[in-house]
Design a protein around this ligand. Sequence first.
Ligand code: NAP
Ligand code: GLV
Length: 309
Amino acid sequence: MTPFRISFCCTNTAPAPWLAGLHTALPQADIAVWQPGALPADYAVVWAPPQQFFDEQTQLKGIFNIGAGVDALLKLKLPPSAAVVRLDDAGMAVQMAEYVCQAVIRHLRELDRYADDIRAGRWTFRKPRQRTDFPVGVMGLGVLGSRVAQALASFEFPVLGWSRTAKALPGVASFFGPAQLPDFLRQSRILVNLLPLTPHTANILNHQNMSQLQPGGYVINVARGAHLVDVDLLALLDSGHLSGATLDVFRTEPLPADHPFWQHPKITITPHTSARTLRDDSIAQIAQKMAALQRGETVAGVVDVARGY
Ligand code: NAP
Ligand code: GLV
C-alpha cells in the first residue's frame, strides 16, 4: 500500500497510546500529533479539533471522528472532499444497552426507593410492578438505538422505536417520521433518546412532546444535552406528569455547579459516560477503514453531512 500521512488532533485525549496503536495497525503510515503549520495529511483522527486544523489541512481524504456523534464536528467548515467517518459501534452499543437497561430496570423495580429504605434501616417490600405497564419508546434506531431496543425487548418490556425511516426489528414496534411521533409518544411510558443532534432533533425533548407520554412517564437522555429543554423537564417533574429522569448528557458539560439537575430528587445524572470510546476497538475500526479508503474501497459509517448524521 502507498505510504500515507495521518494527523491526530483530539482534545482531552492522551495521544501516545493512540499513536502507538495506530502505528502498529498501520505501519506504512506516518502518524503525528497535529501542530499549526504541520505538513498536509491524507487522513485525520479527531475529537473536538479547532477550526484552524481544517483551515490548514485542506487536502484530507478522510476525517475519522473518535466518537459516534458528529454534531460538534459538523459545526466546523470541513474540506468538502473529505469523507467524515464516525465510530460505528466499536464497543459502544453494548455499553449503551447496559446503561439504558439498568436505568429502565432501576425505575421499574424502584431500586432507588429500596436503596433509601435500606439506608434508613427499613426492611420493606413494595408491590411488584408489571413491565407491561412500562412500554419503552426508543427515539433513534441506529447503531446504538437498535441494540438498546433489542436488549429491552429481551427483558420482555413492550418496546416501540421511532426513526426517520421505517424499521423491522424483532420485538420492536416501528414508528417513523414526524406524523407518527404523537402515536409513538402516547404509547410510551419510558422514553429513551438516542437520536443524533441535528436541526430536526434539537429540543425534541420539549414540553409538548414529553407531556404526551403516559402519566408517570420517565425520560432517559443519553444522546445530547441540546435535545432536552431543561426547564420543560423540571416543569413536568414538578407537575407530576413525569416521575423521573436519568440524564447522561447536558447542554453544558461539565454540568454547571448551580444547575438544578444536580440536587433534584427525581433526577439521576452521570457525567457523559453511558457509552465510552474504547481505544483499542476504535483504533482497530479506524485502521481497517483507513486502509480500505486508501485502497479505493467504500466503508460503513460515512456521515451524510447534509443530513447531519
Ligand atoms: P445512528 O446510527 O446515526 O442512528 C441515528 C438514528 O436516529 C437513526 O435510526 C435515524 O433514523 C434516527 N434519526 C435521525 N434523525 C431523525 C429524525 N429527524 N427523526 C427521526 N429519527 C431520526 O447514530 P448512533 O450511532 O446510534 O448514535 C446516536 C447518538 O448517540 C449519537 O449521535 C450521539 O449523539 C449519541 N451518543 C452518546 C453517547 C454517550 O456516551 N452519551 C455515546 C455515543 C453516542 P434512520 O435510521 O431512519 O435514518
Ligand atoms: C459520545 O457522546 C459520542 O458521540 O461518541
